[in-house]
Write a protein that binds this ligand. Sequence first.
Ligand code: CMP
Length: 141
Amino acid sequence: MSTAGNRTFAIIKPDAVRAGNIGNIIQRINDHGFKIRAMKLMHMTREVAGGFYAVHRERPFFGELVDFMTSGPCVVLALEKDNAVQAWRDLMGPTDSTKAPKGTIRGDFGTSVGENASHGSDSEENAKIELSYFFNATEFC
Ligand code: CMP
């Protein structure tokens, strides 16, 4: 039987990259026992960001979300751990950074609901879809 945990998809968003927090967030990923299975720095085009967030296309904040996600480079990652989806969501804290407790990634590095430093998949099914949106099979270690 495999001892590997399951995987989630994570983004260190452009606000956190701009603020110099890639290292701080990766330190937390390590400290909380996630294995990084894939990782790259990328600057999303509007097409890539819009496709990724297509489920939010009808929301009033969609344009703002695409503007922000294309405003600078981000880091996309595949994280592995038991119950990776929930464990990463717990480490990030709630979506709205102003409501996220200190000690969570969004509480410490985010500034608003839009500029919230990080993304994580909301289910194992979406994790698989999101991982394959950004990574080829050959990019996983
Ligand atoms: P994320 O987990 O990446 O998934 C969708 C994103 O939409 C969310 O984080 C927020 O950054 C963003 N978002 C959600 N609600 C709002 C809002 N009211 N205004 C701006 N952005 C939002």
